[in-house]
Design a protein around this ligand. Structure first.
Ligand code: CU
Length: 321
């Protein structure tokens, strides 16, 4: 188990390194997260014997955040198209393989209206896509995609196998987008961002190791938007990725359309847990007037932005050099 832990941590570290990311996806046989609970020594003299809570969580709680591994929880993301060209229409094809049977998984549980959510994000977190691929009867999935910028990307498959007691899994595989790559620094934290004429304001903070509420308020032309449309079974869909290694956070909407208490805006509420301190990028998809838009925010869990990530004199056009 000790060895497994080390290799897992090593693989996650490698995946975070820009440049080595290309070779990693297909070449490395990943090690599943250990299922044993961590053995915590109880302090002497407190009279604590066995901890039922620790026993209960055995095999249930993943040791790592999602999205860092191509194999986790007995499933492997087999990305058939690990390289595409920047600025060209392309197709992503993949399958989710059951390690036990070596067969493609064909039975998925619907979560947020879909059997599988595919997120594609660039390593620098400036390009983001939330896609819903089509599944063929044999368990192969495909979706058209066009990515404007070259560089290292990660493809996340977020799904729940249709099995008894199954839990949601997010597998991640590297995708190389060839062309002239010019990675960008992480955008500065802003409380309000503008997308297509909508102003979206974030209230709340990410906390390391604890669930916290994030509220996002949508305005248009200075007026609150109160007629958001359901998208994927909620008034918003939020994905959070950790800067540096693109760990994928599970974020749950608080309330859903039609439950008698959740309003269709201007505020959408989520609960998120950050696995560590540090920088994260949040991507909020919301639907209004028939169109889905994405507002993105940089946030720091457990503290303010470090000085170095707040440039003094605006955006330089030359930071790619
Ligand atoms: Cu989705």
């Amino acid at each position: 188990m000790q060895t497994g832990l080390k290799i897992t941590a090593f693989a996650a570290g490698l995946a975070a390194t820009f440049g080595s990311a290309y070779a990693l996806g297909g070449a490395l046989d990943p090690v599943a997260a250990p299922k044993e609970p961590s053995h915590q020594e109880s302090p002497e003299g407190h009279g604590e014997k066995e901890s039922p809570a620790a026993e209960k969580s055995a095999g249930e709680v993943p040791e790592l955040p999602g999205g860092l591994q191509v194999s986790q929880g007995g499933f492997t993301l087999d990305l058939d198209t690990p390289r595409i060209e920047a600025g060209e229409p392309a197709e992503l094809r993949f399958a989710v393989v059951d390690e036990g049977t070596s067969r493609n998984v064909t039975a998925f549980r619907r979560e947020h209206d879909k059997e599988l959510h595919l997120i594609v994000a660039s390593s620098d977190l400036t390009t983001y896509r939330h896609l819903h691929p089509e599944r063929a009867a044999d368990g192969t999935w495909s979706t058209p995609v066009e990515l404007p910028e070259a560089g290292g990307y990660r493809v996340f498959a977020d799904f729940t196998p249709d099995e008894k007691n199954a839990e949601g899994v997010t597998l991640g595989a590297d995708l190389a987008v060839s062309g002239d790559a010019r990675p960008e620094p992480l955008p500065k934290p802003e409380r309000t961002v503008t997308v297509d004429g909508y102003e979206v304001t974030l209230d709340g903070a990410l906390s390391p190791g604890a669930g916290s509420e994030l509220k996002l308020e949508v305005e248009k032309d200075g007026k609150p938007v109160t007629d958001l449309q359901p998208y994927l079974g909620a008034y918003g869909h939020l994905v959070a990725l950790r800067a540096g290694d693109l760990a994928y956070l599970h974020v749950h909407p608080n309330g859903e359309p039609g439950d008698g208490r959740t309003k269709s805006g201007p505020e959408v509420s989520f609960t998120a847990t950050a696995p560590s301190k540090g920088a994260y990028r949040l991507f909020l998809d919301f639907r209004h007037e028939g169109k889905v838009r994405t507002a993105a925010f940089t946030v720091y869990a457990g503290g303010a932005a470090p000085e170095k990530s707040a440039p003094q004199d605006g955006e330089s056009a030359d930071h790619g050099h």
